[in-house]
Design a protein. Sequence first.
Length: 201
Amino acid sequence: MSAATEFTALNLCVLTVSDSRTLENDSSGDFLCGALKEHGHYLFDRALLPDNKYLLRAKLSNWIAEEAIDGVLVNGGTGFTGRDSTPEAIKPLLDKEMPGFGEQMRQISLNFVATAILSRQVAVIRGKTLVINLPGQPKSIKETLEGLRDAEGKSVAKAQGIFAAVAKNLRRAKSVYPIGSCTGNGPSGNLSIYFSGTLNG
């Protein structure tokens, strides 16, 4: 594997946003935790909170302040009903917004459901920490991460999953906006990362 695509294991947190689930029946959080471990990353922490932007922002702020954490995967709260407020919780924390992630997630999801255009996923960088807001359902999360695939299971170029976008573009973002590195539960890591393979589950 070349230096340009060298795999780096990350310390990641998973946050589920839901008014109705608990950690015992959080299928979306379970899927994300399993997927990141399957691909060699470390689950640093996990939480489930209701759709309350102030509680969400406080939790994200605590994680962002933790030197050992490289990124946070948030799922849920991306709709437009009165209680959907995850983007509003995340955006005040940003140093840099990465709009391409949200655009790509909606492009992928439109291949599966027409209402995906109404979704408001976001991704931001705060200091050295990447925060990505994913859909709330396991099926939608899997589709967003993997992207559109043909009958042979190969990625379709026009709708690659966001992990492919991370692999191709996050190093470029780091070169113009230094992020730094950290140590944690696993090897020293930073946001210059190669996500390998596809997600199964």
